[in-house]
Every structure is written in structure tokens, then in C-alpha cells.
Ligand binder design. Structure first.
Ligand code: ZN
Length: 58
């Protein structure tokens, strides 16, 4: 079975819109800004692994 595509949680710095995708969109679909999406994925076992959002970054 193939490994699932590695995806991450991305949060728009402007409006806090969060999307789960392999790469963040160029333009935020909510605030329509070319905002910098921040990777808020959990990479530690403490918050559940990469299927979850790191609560410290949210
Ligand atoms: Zn936004």
C-alpha cells in the first residue's frame, strides 16, 4: 500500500483560515490576500502526530 501524500495544516496569518493540503494556496480563499500560510502541523507525538494541528501554533 502506497504511503499517503504528505500533507500539512496551513494557517493564513491574516484571517486564521486553516487548510489541510500538500502545499498552501498562493491566495487565501477567504480573505483573498496573498498571505503567508504558516505550517501549524503537529510534528511531535505529544500532540498526536502529523494528522493533527499543534495546539501551541494554533
Ligand atoms: Zn486569509
Amino acid at each position: 500500500m502506497a504511503q499517503a501524500e504528505s500533507r500539512a495544516y496551513w494557517k493564513c496569518k491574516t484571517c486564521n483560515f486553516t487548510i489541510y493540503a500538500s502545499v498552501p494556496p498562493d491566495t487565501c480563499p477567504v480573505c483573498r490576500n496573498q498571505c503567508k500560510f504558516k505550517d501549524i502541523t503537529c510534528y511531535l507525538p505529544e500532540c498526536g502526530g502529523p494528522a493533527y494541528i499543534d495546539p501551541r501554533l494554533k
